[in-house]
Design a protein around this ligand. Sequence first.
Ligand code: C2O
Ligand code: CU
Ligand code: CU
Length: 579
Amino acid sequence: MKNISIITHAALLLILFAVNYDAQNKILIPDTLSGVNFNLTIQKGTTNFYSGFQTNTLGINGNLLGPTLILRKGDHVQMNVNNTLTDTTTIHWHGLHVAPENDGGPHTVIPPGTTWRPQFTVMDNASTYWYHPHLHKKTAEHVTKGIAGFIIVRDNQEAVLKLPRHYGVDDLPIVVQSRAFDVNKQFITRSELDSVILVNGTKNPYLDVPAQVVRFRLLNGSTERTYNFGFAGNKSFYQISGDGGLLNSPILLSRLRLSPGERAGILVDFSSMKGQNIYLMSYASELQNGIIGARFIGMGFGLPDYNNNKLNGADFNILRINITETTSNAITTIPTSLVSNSTINIASVNTTRILNFTSSGGMMDVAGPFLINGTSFSMNKINYLIPLNNVEIWELRNFTTIAHPFHIHDVQFYILDRNSSQVPLNERGKKDVVLVEPMETVRFITKFEDFANANVPYMYHCHLLTHEDDGMMGQFIVTQTTDVESEKNLLPSKFSLDQNYPNPFNPYTTIKYELIEKGFVTLKVFDLIGREIKTLLNEIKDPGEYNILFDGSDLTSGTYFYVLSVNNNRITKKMLLLK
Ligand code: C2O
Ligand code: CU
Ligand code: CU
């Protein structure tokens, strides 16, 4: 990127914020691809962020980031994703309701030199979605290096509204990503010193907009940082869409918090500002502590550089906006209403799931790894089996001092409440990411429709990519309840039985098992010739981890078997009593 204009000192004097910077580079607006056939080539590249330095980057059909895919609801689309890297990766369509084999999660890898060809019908409402890699333990690295792009879905409901939709003119994609660079100006994947803001991959960017109502499609594409968007001078704006569609009506705001993965469509009226400029900012000084980007994170244990990052807790500029000539056919008014979201009736709920977030290092630990219900992600373990068409409440309980943006694949949801109180107006539309604040409980409601596949799971996880890579993730399979065969195959993953400890033992040993779902549990001990020696358990149990103490004091030395059965599916292990 070249220096195109130099901001004047007079303009800088008007900006009295903690972090000054010069907006010198015209913002990159990604090219668009539309139609029903999309060719995406993941490739290596370089980008010139600092004069005299080439930063190694990754991109799709280019050096950095990828094209904006314009999809029409109802279209059947074919994606051809060609991986020219020497690394395996995946591409996930974040927010889109597609079958799990087309979703691009960590199981659907694209090995080097191959092309992945998913097809799907676009079922989601008009809004802003995005795509990014999702390889287990590599997501942060691949996204940081530059693989990510926008998806804009258009539909007939949105098309009849008087909204700006001239891409690149009055309808503008804005992805904000903070980055850390090393001395050679290469990206550092994990660093609390991510003090360089890139907007659409542009450092120190400016954007020309016409003097009229303009739509920004804001995406927080950062690894960890939350932004508290607002305009200099507290100029107000209207939020019109959330993650998965339009809101019922535009919501007047002066601040808009977006955590990693979240999107928002906003309308800003620049009609009376021709010839002026204004900054899009993050008012991070107002962020609640515990949210990455705020002044303090817990007591800071485990994040030594956090307090040295000048962006944390500061109000800083993100994008300089220059207001230019009004275009013909300009939108000049804000609509009074948009669509009607019909949230899901709570009376139809079949299942409520509770997800407890904890840190492996204890309550005050902010470095993780973080756990969901006491466990870390395993590629081989299905955490939930969800019957097709189930209506569910997920209750997210954050028992840590750091905020986690929770994301689920497959579905959009409606937030029911935050700590039992009402959801802010701008969070009442369809969502696929929700920031769960420290010690907060958030409940959402959703329905698992359309896609069941016994073999490919969907993910749910923290969208702090470092937390995700470190295992703050789980997976679920949506099952057709009538599909007995797949149910049978899947049942073993509903529970697990560990080797007893100690083994050999005398006379006590502990048998540990875990239930992922509620079930009828029996635990029995047999001798070598198959005689039943003891029944340790015979009852219905809730999900959880259990430890059973086994007393062999009345038995003779030898080999015994213990059999755990849940709903008639069994696992057997051997143990040795040595007296
Ligand atoms: Cu945006 Cu599972 O991710
Ligand atoms: Cu996703
Ligand atoms: Cu997290």
